[in-house]
Design a protein around this ligand. Structure first.
Ligand code: FES
Length: 400
């Protein structure tokens, strides 16, 4: 005899159960009887999802602003006149480039605000030296009217009111200011409700990007945005001098705050110890990704004797099977792209999982800072090629 289940159902719950039981018969009846309402060709929710998360966006360079001999901003509009996908201040897009048989992708933070996207444009800032060959090539060759392939906005470097404190202390250096410009503008425009204190480190005064625009956001925000400039190589009135230390953060931060950081790798290396002194809860510290690790052989845990080698890399899957060379100081993804093979990628920092591939054979080194793999993937032999460095001959299988 079946065992009686001892479940207590309160009166309201009982009504829910009865209503639920009637759902399927009700739908079947309506289906059998037919309906005069025509089916919606594409449901509204699907249309919205496509708008927010397009596979790619074909955009056109509408305006170029030269900041100095190394940095330019590009205003991008949709080539078909539509509006680009909406995003959260702090997110990035990934751009594709094909040069002389090699394919390249690079992520760039959006310096424009989400409201600008609703007005029809994005802005990115490209600094030669930050993104290797891609940035230099783009700065030297892109002109107005050129078309570029841009991914949907992505990334987790944005304010989350449920998780974050009401004040964000932002720390940036170089072109790492771009996501904060977007955030400052969003605060001034009322899209984001928080207080932003930005500690912006530069070598010299002339290296500061977007100084006027940041000052404008300070003015427009009614006191919700404050920018402090720190110069490492100059001692000038009105500027802090030196590096961004724990003491300097304490000087400007309120008692409770979230800490957002975006800058070059060398800045992260310095800040790691300083931030530890602040004893902040882990959830309140957010680091924007800085792309592929430079000088991987200096990373903690890099195996002795693995540096300076060239390995064989067999790449299969995605309708190809090819053997190429892979240098130990470059990520597996860079080796694949150098060989002209188009592999999926977005963040290039090990986080998004877009490049996830199967390691069939061989060993890779994955720096702890950029290991964004799920535990199951580690166990089942999957790697993120953008954050994996060959330390033996390899065979990897790209996703279809
Ligand atoms: S491109 Fe994001 S994890 Fe590799």
């Amino acid at each position: 005899m079946a065992k009686k289940l001892n479940i207590k159902v309160k009166p309201i719950g009982l009504l829910d159960l009865i209503a639920f039981k009637k759902l399927v018969p009700g739908r079947t009846k309506r289906f059998d009887e037919g309906s005069t309402t025509p089916l919606v060709a594409v449901p509204a929710v699907n249309r919205l999802a496509k708008q927010l998360h397009p596979k790619k966006q074909i955009m056109m360079i509408d305006e170029i602003t030269t900041h100095n001999d190394r940095a330019k901003s590009f205003k991008l509009i949709m080539a078909d006149g539509s509006k680009p996908a909406y995003f959260r201040a702090g997110q990035y897009v990934s751009l594709n480039l094909s040069i002389d048989g090699s394919v390249f992708t690079r992520p760039y933070s959006l310096s424009s605000s989400p409201k600008d996207a609703l007005d029809g444009f994005y802005e990115i800032t490209v600094k030669s030296g930050d993104g290797g060959f891609f940035s230099k090539w783009a700065n030297e060759n892109w002109k107005t009217g050129d078309r570029v392939e841009v991914s949907a906005p992505d990334g987790n470097f944005y304010y989350q009111p449920i998780r974050d404190e009401k004040t964000v202390v932002g720390i940036c250096g170089g072109s790492g200011v771009t996501p904060f410009l977007s955030l400052a503008k969003s605060v001034a425009e009322g899209t984001e409700n928080l207080r932003l204190i930005l500690l912006y480190g530069s070598c010299k005064e002339c290296d500061i990007l977007f100084r006027d625009r940041l000052e404008e956001q300070e003015r427009l925000s009614g006191g919700k945005v404050k920018v402090v400039h720190i110069l490492s190589d100059d001692d000038k009135e009105g500027f802090e001098k030196g590096f961004i230390t724990a003491d300097l953060i304490k000087k400007y931060a309120p008692k409770e705050f979230s800490l957002f950081i975006c800058g070059p790798q060398v800045m992260y290396n310095f800040l790691t110890k300083e931030i530890a002194k602040l004893k902040l809860s882990k959830k309140l510290v957010r680091r924007e990704l800085f792309g592929e690790i430079k000088r991987v052989e200096q990373a903690e845990g890099y195996p002795d004797g693995a540096a300076g080698a060239i390995y064989k890399l067999r790449v299969s899957g995605a309708a190809l099977d090819k053997e190429i060379e892979a240098r130990s100081d470059e990520s597996v993804l860079v080796a694949i792209e150098r060989a002209g093979i188009l592999a999926p990628s977005k963040c290039r920092s090990g986080e998004c999982g877009y490049c996830r591939s199967r390691l069939v054979n061989g060993d890779v080194f994955v720096p702890g800072d950029s290991d964004g793999r799920r535990a199951a993937d580690k166990k089942l032999g999957y790697i993120h090629p953008c954050a994996s460095y060959p330390i033996s001959d390899l065979h990897i299988q790209l996703p279809d």
